[in-house]
Design a protein. Structure first.
Length: 120
């Protein structure tokens, strides 16, 4: 049996923009955070969307990468030795998609929220 390509059965879109046009280099972290939250709450209201937050990081002291995934349906974290922060970002998205497959009946629309454009 041929594997099913999720892109053939689900509508997939992505958004890399905030509601407000701002330049990261000219903006304080607090303003960036507020703009990101405003975009999330406006474009992906909680009553319509399952929000899944993903993140990856790297610790030099441990020489390992970590991945984290959070939503109201599940939480997951993993780490791996000798991996990069980018590996952690990609792994977090992979874990999120795997977890979503286990609970398809619990949501209509989902948004993955990541701070890594490269991982997307």
């Amino acid at each position: 049996m041929k594997p099913i390509n999720p892109l053939e059965i689900y509508e997939v879109e992505f958004n890399l923009n905030l509601l407000n046009k701002i330049w990261k280099r000219d903006t304080t972290p607090q303003v960036l955070r507020c703009s990101a939250l405003e975009t999330i709450y406006s474009v992906y209201p909680e009553e319509d969307w399952l929000r899944v937050y993903t993140d990856g990081s790297y610790s030099e002291s441990c020489a390992s990468a970590g991945s984290g995934v959070f939503s109201k349906l599940f939480f997951s974290a993993s780490a791996g030795k000798n991996r990069t922060a980018s590996d952690g970002e990609v792994e977090a998205i992979r874990i999120a998609l795997e977890k979503l497959l286990d609970c398809l009946q619990k949501f209509q629309k989902v948004v993955l929220l990541s701070d890594s454009q490269a991982a997307i």
